[in-house]
Design a protein around this ligand. Structure first.
Ligand code: UD1
Length: 382
């Protein structure tokens, strides 16, 4: 008897999606006799440094279909992705759609699938990185997560608390799978490539002699008062750390949103005047993880970096009011600092004096999440 292959579509659109897809794609590739796997890129991110470089760094095949959504308001961007994705789905007729993380592309495509009925049911969605909650409805990502999870048939959860969050929202137990974090699979699989990165010598940096930072959340950069405060905090940090080592630099790969807001609030000069501040373009995956792994500490408002820092045992100070990755705080290297300058200074001193909290790598950060995911997909859709 010949088996008809099942068609799976994976949807990605923005920078944090690509490293979550890569190991799943690699794992699905092992079962070419069972699956046809297509990658759809929504075009939410389109700059080379936010998109194409990741396909190169992660050895991802070129997307099969590019929707070209681009930037716009939340409603416009989501609507545009939905319109284009619906056409693709109606033509391709996949058996399963996989969405990743919490960006607008994730939300848009899961809504589309949940209203398409064929082959005797609703087009099933699998959500990779389900269950995370910040309980902060001011974050667009929190809205995206809640809706995507409520519409998905397979919820692939990264950490224990995610399972509790989903159960508390009334999601049936049989949809929930605790599998770990595919982003960490990518890190594990990219180790040798990362070790070959030349980014430190290119930027004239020495291991342990710089602080890495990334800031791009709308709540931090789209509000002048907060962006001004963050720059003042960087200035104070620069003064504090130069007491320990006058050569310490602060390296900030700047997201286009951050650069745009620095300009529009006329704060570019203020940040450029900070001693030892190095503003650089957004880095690709390999260079970024190299920068992270060799840094003294990282200051960020990203979600994924909190996990990567925990895995690499790099102290991480998070400039947000809420967090969704509890294990990084409870077990890992992460401290939620908000924009509390005193707390940040205290943590910096602890780090430089070797008194920062001891951390552990959570057990599901084992590089095997995508194997678990594909094995569940296999036993459910074949
Ligand atoms: C999106 C995600 C966020 C994720 C981040 C990582 C949502 C709601 N947010 O935020 O969760 O942490 O990606 O980067 O999906 N821009 C460019 N070039 C690009 C893309 C964007 O210059 O290739 C600029 C545009 O001015 C755009 C702005 O960045 O308006 C914001 O882009 P957008 O995709 O709306 O959200 P991000 O801030 O990137």
């Amino acid at each position: 008897m010949t088996l008809t292959k099942k068609k799976i579509i994976s949807v990605v659109g923005a920078r944090p999606n690509f490293m979550k897809l890569a190991p799943v794609e690699r794992e699905l590739r092992k079962y070419k006799s069972l699956f046809i796997h297509k990658i759809i890129h929504t075009g939410q991110h389109y700059d080379y440094t936010l998109s194409r470089i990741f396909f190169k760094d992660l050895d991802l095949p070129k997307p099969d279909i590019y929707l070209g959504a681009g930037s716009a308001s939340h409603a416009e961007q989501t609507a545009k992705i939905m319109e284009e994705f619906e056409k693709v789905v109606l033509k391709e007729k996949p058996d399963l759609v996989i969405v990743f993380g919490d960006v607008n592309s994730t939300l848009a495509c899961s809504i589309v699938c949940s209203k398409i009925h064929y082959k005797g049911g609703t087009l099933p969605v699998a959500h990779v990185e389900a269950g995370l909650r910040s309980f902060d409805m001011k974050m667009p990502e929190e809205i995206n997560r809640i809706i995507t999870d409520s519409l998905s048939k397979y919820l692939f959860v990264t950490e224990k608390v995610g399972v509790e969050n989903l159960k508390n929202e009334g999601i049936e137990k049989n949809k929930i799978y605790l599998v770990g974090d595919t982003m960490i699979d990518t890190l594990v699989q990219s180790k040798s490539r990362i070790s070959r990165s030349k980014i430190l010598s290119k930027l004239n940096l020495k291991p342990n002699q710089y602080i890495l930072s990334t800031i791009h959340r709308p709540s931090n950069v789209d509000n002048r008062k907060n962006l001004f405060k963050i720059i003042s905090i960087f200035n104070e940090i620069s003064l504090t750390v130069s007491n320990y080592n006058p050569n310490i630099k602060i390296v900030l790969p700047a997201h286009p949103r951050t650069l745009k807001m620095l300009k529009s609030f006329r704060l570019s000069n203020k940040i450029n005047r900070i001693k030892n501040m190095l503003l650089i373009e957004p880095a690709g995956y390999t260079d970024f993880i190299k920068l992270l792994g060799e840094s003294k500490l990282v200051i960020t408002d990203s979600g994924g970096i909190q996990e990567e820092a925990t895995f690499l045992k790099i102290p991480c100070l998070t400039l947000r009011d809420s967090f969704e990755r509890s294990e990084t705080v409870k077990l890992g290297t992460n401290t939620l600092c908000r924009l509390d300058e005193k707390l940040i200074q205290m943590k910096i001193k602890e780090i430089f004096e070797g008194k920062y909290k001891k951390s552990k790598v959570p057990h599901l950060m084992d590089g095997k999440a995508s194997q678990r995911i594909v094995s569940i997909v296999k036993s459910n859709i074949i």
